[in-house]
Ligand binder design. Structure first.
Ligand code: NAD
Ligand code: WQD
Length: 347
């Protein structure tokens, strides 16, 4: 298929571009580089040996998108069959301070994108949703039938609302095929160590914080709360290797090909790990000590969230292959080889 990947220069997008190319799909990327840089795509080209058409466009810019689609058509004589839509702002914390930025970028951006794709005749879309749509999950492990919950931040609401908007597109026109992929907690990096998670500033997420402590950029990890109702008192999450997640998108294309209408899948391993278990796994996988201090709970965190990923296995034949040790090893391989990330801010 010919696939337009929005946000393809980012963490999950760049790994997915590799998986798509390796599966024989043709890919073009649109990204405004607000949280990435072209270097990640250069590295993807180095890994795959393929040239990737790249359009530095903001998805809120309809004319920019139209031009990108037109140039792709002129260069290749092809149209896009499907869009995999990663582009968006993704920090729950930041979204509490900057709700308008999040609603504008994520919601308005997607509306503009949908409008341009409709003009182009592309009615197939795979969307990066998130376990955050479940809020504090009513059922553990979380199945897709678990009711969507009260999100604890505007970021989560953008995902929840966009799922509804995309579902409404299908209701209005049954030719739309929409796959909503609810990611749990992506970790790790491509085995080459050439691309990986590259946050700007102080990392919000657990693994980049751990790897930055390990590489000496930060003194110690703050463990947010050891008084949850969990075996060791720290929060439990379903960490999933980003390469497994990337493969989930390739498998999701099969649902599009089958004309799935609207299909929702959890992408997780089905296994929860506590914060301290992740710290220990990292230490054992890499032989590096990660000093930590216990701090109060972080506002908005839930105690436990892990998936039941059976639906994706049953319907897509997708199952996570990598375990927590692989994730810790690959995250460290990336950080060790790129202590300061890709230095995107300097570009
Ligand atoms: P990322 O920030 O690394 O990648 C997102 C990419 O989108 C970046 O390259 C950024 O420059 C680009 N972008 C942002 N706004 C844009 C716009 N208006 N126009 C064009 N490009 C734009 O994030 P990621 O971790 O790769 O996440 C990808 C998607 O998956 C996001 O939608 C995110 O919300 C979702 N998601 C991420 C996680 C996670 O923990 N990483 C979990 C669940 C869902
Ligand atoms: C994991 C665990 C923390 C950092 C977020 C978003 C979610 C999704 C994935 C986008 C929790 C603890 C963390 C630290 C810590 N993203 N922790 N010290 O909060 O589960 O999910 O990222 O869609 O929407 O909310 O991930 O990696 O931040 O935290 O103790 O420095 O690690 O309290 O228990 P989270 P996380």
């Amino acid at each position: 298929m010919n696939i337009l990947v929005t946000g393809g220069a980012g963490y999950i997008g760049s790994h997915t571009v590799i998986a798509l190319l390796e599966s024989g799909h043709r890919v073009a990327v649109v990204d405004n580089l607000s949280n990435s840089c072209e270097k990640s795509l250069e590295r993807v080209q180095e890994i795959t040996g393929e040239n990737i058409p790249f359009y530095p466009v903001d998805i809120r810019d309809g004319d920019g998108l139209r031009k990108a689609i037109k140039s792709f058509g002129e260069e290749t004589g092809q149209k896009f069959d499907c869009c995999i839509h990663f582009a968006g702002l993704k920090s729950p914390n930041e979204s509490i301070r900057l709700p308008l930025d999040y609603y504008d970028n994520n919601i308005n951006g997607t509306l503009v994108l949908l409008d341009v794709l409709r003009e182009h005749g592309c009615k197939n879309l795979i969307f990066s949703s998130s376990a955050s749509v479940y809020g504090d999950p009513a059922v553990i492990p979380v199945t897709e039938e678990c009711p969507k919950g009260q999100c604890t931040n505007p970021y989560g609401w953008t995902k929840s609302m966009l799922e509804q908007i995309l579902t409404d597109m299908h209701t209005s026109d049954p030719e739309y095929n929409i796959v909503l992929l609810r990611y749990f907690n992506p970790l790790g990096a491509h085995k080459s160590g050439l691309i990986g998670e590259d946050p700007n500033g102080i990392p919000n997420n657990l693994m980049p914080y751990i790897t930055q402590v390990a590489v000496g950029r930060r003194d110690e990890l703050s463990v947010y709360g050891d008084d949850y109702d969990t075996p060791d008192g720290t929060g439990i999450r379903d960490y999933i290797h980003v390469v497994d997640l990337a493969c989930g998108h390739v498998k999701a294309l099969q649902a599009i090909e089958r004309k799935c209408g609207v299909a929702v899948y959890n992408l997780g391993t089905g296994r929860g790990y506590s914060v301290l278990e992740v710290v220990r796994a990292f230490e054992e996988a890499n032989g590096i000590k990660v000093p930590y201090v216990i701090k109060p709970r972080r506002a908005g965190d839930v105690a436990v969230s892990y998936s039941n990923p059976a639906k994706a296995e049953r319907e897509l034949g997708w199952k996570a292959k990598f375990d927590i040790v692989d994730m810790c090893r690959d995250a460290w391989n990336w950080q060790r080889k790129n202590p300061d990330g890709l230095k995107c801010e300097e570009n």
